[in-house]
Ligand binder design. Sequence first.
Ligand code: G3P
Ligand code: CA
Length: 240
Amino acid sequence: MKIYAHRGSSGTHPENTISAFKAAAALPVHGVEFDVHMTKDGELVVIHDEKINRTSNGQGYVKDMTLAQLESYDFGAWFSSKFKGEKIPTLREVLYVFKDTHHHINIELKSDVFPYEGMEEKAINMLRDYRLVNRVVISSFNHEMIQSFKEKAPEVETAILFMEVMVAPHLYAEAVGADALHTFFPTVFRRMGQEAVASGKKVRVFTVNEEAYVDMLMSVGIDAIFTDYPKKMLDYLNNR
Ligand code: G3P
Ligand code: CA
């Protein structure tokens, strides 16, 4: 079972910052996951929430601020004074961290609340620029966006994100054009989990921070877990 560092090594570093990504890049984990929003001036930036309030010393929506405005805030001190001065990273800056590493890169397009016009095209151009199309999976809770992404870039792996137990999600994923299923981990303990794994589509689950769940998840046959504590989970898997 593979491990993805969720929002970077976000249990030990401020989530979705360059230090969280450098910490993840230094680990022999399979992959990394992070979240993307779009600024007022059309830049793709890496942050989880629609607003900057929780993870910075500023306030307001990402979509209402330019990149220059966003870069004036501190995205590290809320986590620990040790990380004071961390900036919001652009997608380009994060891809640069993983440009020459072995890591699989899960980019979550956070377009489920605000429809960011042109987000897919910008992401596709960047991935082609960096020659990363074969090392990326694009996921979203906005399944219309996944469908449209797949139409525009069929060579890029895609995944639907969902939270609830569904009937036959692998068939739904097929209809959307998604190659993989990314789901809240308890859903795979239901029949749908076994069916999804048996369908041959990769099933990856979030967010698994407790070792206690790992053995159960391995017995289901999922491909990977997303965790905020990649080092801890790696040590557990290596020593079990
Ligand atoms: O991509 C898996 C997981 O990150 C989805 O939920 O809210 O942490 O982005 P969230
Ligand atoms: Ca995410």
